[in-house]
Design a protein. Sequence first.
Length: 69
Amino acid sequence: MKSKNYTDELQTKSTDELIIDLEAAKKELFNLRFQNATNQLDNTSRIKEVRRNIARIQTVITEKANAAQ
């Protein structure tokens, strides 16, 4: 239930905090892809995890935007 705790944590954050988290996750994904391309990445499953976290953050941002309307 690791993802459930993470989504609960995201729900409590403000939109500005979520945007900051989204930018950080995108930077991390870029770095992971770069490491993977240069054969320096040991744990390739981290790429999948970060991609899903980005999707979760974007979903929460969209939910908050729709709730505000």
